[in-house]
Design a protein around this ligand. Structure first.
Ligand code: GBH
Length: 450
C-alpha cells in the first residue's frame, strides 16, 4: 500500500527531471577489458581487510556487457535521465599520450543507447576511480593530477560533447578527500589530514578549471558538481556539542560551498585546521569560484555531532543517534532533512538550479518464493523523500530534478556486495535483474499512476 505522504508526479512541475544514478566502478566490471588499467579501487580492494566481503569491482554487475538490458530497464521505468560516470582508467593508461579509442567507444555506444531510449545522459567525470598510475605519482595530492584530469575531461567532452550536454565534474569531493585520505576507509586508504585537505583543494581546483574547458568543447553545456551534504545537528543543547557541530559543519559544508560560491575557505575552519591548511596558489580561489549551471546535492541522512575533545581532526564525532528510524547501514531516515538542507543552501548561497543527484537507502533485500523483492522499506523511503522534495519545490527552492541512488544493486565500496541500494535487484551468481517493489512504485509514479 502507498503511504499517505507519497506525492504524485503531477504535483511536481511538468519539466521536473526524474532519473536514477550509478557509477562506473560500482557497476561496470570488465576490469581488464579493452585496455582498461588498474584504478585505486582495484588496488585498495586487493588489500586484505579493506572491503568487508573481500570483493572488488572486477565483475560487479557486468554492466560493461549488459548495458543494453540495463538501459532497457531504465527506459521501462519511464526515467527522463540517467546519471552514469566515466572510468578514467579506460581512457588513459599512462601519463601523456593519446586517449584509448576502445574506452572512448564504449561510452560513445552507451550514450547512443541512452539517446535511442529517450534517456537524457548526465555524465559524471570523476566518481572515485582514479587510475593507479596517477596515485603512484602522488594522486590528487599532486597538482599535476589536475592537469591529467583536464586531459581526461578534454578527451571525454570532445568525444561525447555532440550528444551529452549535462556534465558533473566530481562526485562528492568530501569522500575523495576525507574518506580516502584521512579516514583511510576508501581508496587510496591514507590517514593524513594535511594530505586530505591538499587533495580536496586540488579536486576543487580541477573542477574550477574543467568548467570553462567543458563549455569550450560542448556547445550549450550545463555543468555542475555534486556534493554529499548532511544537515548537521548537535547531539545536545550543551555549548560544547553546539560548538563541535559548528566546527564539523565548517569542514563538511562551508569548506566546499564557500569556495565554490566565491568566499574562499571559511576563516574559522582555516584557523582550526592550522598547519594542515592546503597550499593555495594565486588564482586558485578565483578558478574554483567559476560560475556553474547547477549544484548537485547528494542527500542521505542528517549527522548528529558530539563534542569529542582530542578527536582528530576538529574534536568532534558523528554519533549514531538513539531511537530514530534507520536503514540497514544505521543511517537515520529523515525525509525533512532534505527539505531543510535545500532551503539552507538556497538561503546561504543562492546557487541557482539544484538537482538531487543522489538519494537512496540500503536494506537487506530478499528474493521471495515467487521471485519478487518486496522492499517495502525502500519504497517507503523513496515515497517519503519525494514528499519532502515536493515540500522543497513548494517553498520556492530552485530544485529541478531528482536522481534515485541507485538504478541497480552494485559494489558498495568498503561494504562490497553485502549492501544493496538498487531499485533493481542483481543476483550476482546469475546476473539476473529484477525490478524491486520500490522500482515498480517509481515506475508507477513516473507514469503518474500513483
Ligand atoms: C554515495 O556517497 C556515493 O556517491 C555512492 O557511490 C554510494 O554508493 C552511495 O552514497 C551509498 O553509500 O556509515 O556512518 O560511516 C554517500 C556519502 C559516505 C555517506 C560514507 C555515508 C559513511 C557514514 N557517504 N558515509 S557511516
Amino acid at each position: 500500500s502507498t503511504a499517505p505522504t507519497a506525492p504524485s508526479r503531477a504535483e511536481f512541475p511538468r519539466d521536473f527531471l526524474w532519473g536514477c544514478a550509478t557509477s562506473s566502478y560500482q557497476i561496470e566490471g570488465a576490469g581488464s577489458e579493452d585496455g582498461r588499467v588498474e584504478s585505486i579501487w582495484d588496488r585498495f580492494a586487493a588489500t586484505p581487510g579493506k572491503v568487508r566481503d573481500g570483493s572488488n569491482g572486477s565483475v560487479a554487475c557486468d554492466h560493461y556487457h549488459r548495458w543494453p538490458e540495463d538501459l532497457d530497464i531504465a527506459r521501462g521505468m519511464g526515467l527522463d535521465a540517467y546519471r552514469f560516470s566515466i572510468a578514467w582508467p579506460r581512457i588513459f593508461s599512462a601519463s601523456g599520450g593519446k586517449p584509448n579509442e576502445r574506452g572512448l567507444d564504449f561510452y560513445s555506444r552507451l550514450v547512443d543507447g541512452m539517446l535511442e531510449r529517450g534517456l537524457q545522459p548526465w555524465a559524471t567525470l570523476y566518481h572515485w576511480d582514479l587510475p593507479q598510475f596517477l596515485q603512484d605519482q602522488g594522486g590528487w595530492n599532486e597538482r599535476a593530477t589536475v592537469d591529467a584530469y583536464l586531459a581526461f575531461v578534454d578527451a571525454m567532452t570532445r568525444r561525447l560533447g555532440d550528444r551529452v550536454q549535462h556534465w558533473i565534474t566530481h562526485n562528492e569531493p568530501w569522500c575523495t578527500a576525507m574518506i580516502g585520505n584521512f579516514e583511510g576507509l576508501h581508496a587510496p586508504g591514507l590517514t593524513d589530514f594535511k594530505t586530505a585537505l591538499q587533495v580536496c583543494h586540488h579536486v576543487l581546483l580541477s573542477h574550477g578549471k574543467a568548467v570553462p574547458l567543458i563549455r569550450a568543447n560542448v556547445p550549450g553545456a550545463q555543468v555542475g558538481i555534486s556534493l554529499s551534504l548532511h544537515p548537521v545537528r548537535p547531539a545536545s543543547a550543551s555549548a560544547a556539542d553546539q560548538a563541535a557541530a559548528e566546527r564539523h559543519d565548517g569542514l563538511r559544508y562551508r569548506w566546499f560551498l564557500d569556495p565554490l560560491y566565491g568566499r574562499g575557505y571559511p576563516a574559522a575552519t582555516m584557523a582550526q585546521v592550522g598547519d594542515a591548511a592546503p597550499s593555495v596558489l594565486p588564482g586558485d580561489m578565483e578558478a574554483i569560484a567559476v560560475p556553474t549551471d547547477f549544484l548537485g546535492v547528494n542527500y542521505y541522512f542528517p549527522e548528529t555531532i558530539a563534542d569529542a575533545p582530542g578527536a582528530a581532526p576538529l574534536g568532534s564525532r558523528v554519533l549514531a543517534p538513539a531511537s530514530v528510524e534507520t536503514t540497514a547501514l544505521g543511517w537515520e531516515v529523515a525525509p525533512q532533512g532534505m527539505t531543510e538542507l535545500l532551503a539552507r543552501i538556497e538561503n546561504d548561497y543562492h546557487p541557482g538550479d539544484m538537482y538531487i543527484t543522489e538519494n537512496g537507502s540500503c536494506y537487506d533485500d530478499q528474493v521471495d518464493g515467487s521471485g519478487e523483492v518486496n522492499d517495502t522499506d525502500r519504497r517507503r523511503y523513496l515515497q517519503r523523500h519525494l514528499g519532502a522534495l515536493k515540500d522543497a519545490v513548494a517553498s520556492g527552492v530552485k530544485v529541478k530534478g531528482y536522481f534515485a541512488w541507485s538504478l541497480i544493486d552494485n559494489f558498495e565500496w568498503a561494504e562490497g556486495y553485502l549492501r544493496r541500494f538498487g531499485l533493481v535487484h542483481i543476483d550476482y551468481a546469475t546476473q539476473q535483474r529484477r525490478l524491486k517493489a520500490s522500482g515498480k512504485w517509481y515506475r508507477a509514479f513516473l507514469k503518474d499512476e500513483t
